[in-house]
Write a protein that binds this ligand. Structure first.
Ligand code: PAF
Length: 283
């Protein structure tokens, strides 16, 4: 595996491969890689001739400076893992390489990017679109792989790709959970052992809500999840929304859509770590 830090070198290695008709898979990441990322890389390696994994903590998608500073980083371990997974290239650029000038582009895809994360993290999805579009231009992938833990991110990226006419197939990949159910996240590295135990309640409550939903309304199921988690000291639900999986708009009845997903964000612990998860009720 070659580690590449510039777009120029990326073009040098990828242009000839593209001319030969090779397929290119891109796995965009912010590093601190875990088994969830590994599943995306494995899938890309299986489905493409060449796999590029980008590792870049993108400053423009952090609306909170402290969150950016605290974001876990371990480039050495990332490189080792990517090499063991047979990624072809690790693209690990500097901030200056990706943003030689301030990116003033504005991406706006309401209502998909204005609900849930979009409403709580102003500018977040704009930053995601800025970096993902730059990565798409630099790599020109055949396919790009995204984890469904960031459910809304996939919908926003799909809207952007359609808007800009970028010829890439977006491949959503299922959430990877630890054996006890905790959704894998780079942010889990910020949890103490006790906080990890607290965090486990999130997936467990979502799973219980699948059974609860069978004989309760959407609103009752929403309240079940929120009240169960808020009753636990050290957890605070920021939002729980039960939405149509395509439009991301709230549903009021289980009959409103064939594709219904519950998306949650919870603050966990005393220096709170913001964790997200989701569960599919239908579809
Ligand atoms: O999901 C992430 O890790 C990031 O939002 C992404 C897609 C790599 C863009 O920085």
């Amino acid at each position: 595996m070659e580690v590449i830090s510039t777009k120029k070198r990326l073009a040098e290695v990828l242009d000839p491969l593209r001319k030969e008709g090779k397929t290119i898979g891109l796995v965009p990441t912010m590093g601190a890689l875990h088994a969830g990322h590994a599943s995306l890389v494995k899938r890309s390696v299986a489905e493409n001739d060449v796999t590029v994994v980008s590792v870049f903590v993108n400053p423009t998608q952090f609306n909170d400076k402290k969150d950016l500073e605290n974001y876990p980083r371990d480039v050495e371990a990332d490189e080792k893992l990517l090499s063991a997974l047979n990624a072809t290239y690790a693209f690990i650029p500097s901030v200056e390489e990706m943003y030689p000038e301030k990116d003033t582009r504005v991406f706006s895809y309401p209502p998909i990017d204005t609900v849930m994360e979009g409403a709580r993290r102003p500018g977040h999805f704009n930053g995601v679109c800025q970096i993902v579009s730059k990565l798409f231009y630099a790599v020109q992938p055949t396919r790009a792989y995204f984890g469904e833990k960031d459910f809304q991110q996939i919908a926003v990226v799909k809207a952007m790709v359609k808007d800009l006419g970028i010829p890439v197939q977006i491949v959503p990949c299922p959430i990877v959970r630890q054996s006890d159910g905790l959704a894998l996240s780079s942010r889990n590295a910020l949890l103490s052992d006790d906080e990890r135990k607290l965090a486990l309640n999130i997936s467990q409550t979502l799973i219980k809500s699948l059974t609860y939903a069978k004989d309760h309304t959407v609103s009752e199921t929403h309240d079940f999840v929120v009240n169960t988690l808020n009753a636990i000291d050290g957890l605070e639900v920021q939002y729980y929304e039960i939405v149509d999986g395509n439009s991301l708009q709230d549903v009021s009845s289980w009959d409103d859509s064939d594709y219904i997903v519950g998306c949650i964000t919870v603050f966990c612990g005393h220096i709170p770590v913001r964790l997200i998860d989701n569960i599919k009720y239908k579809g």
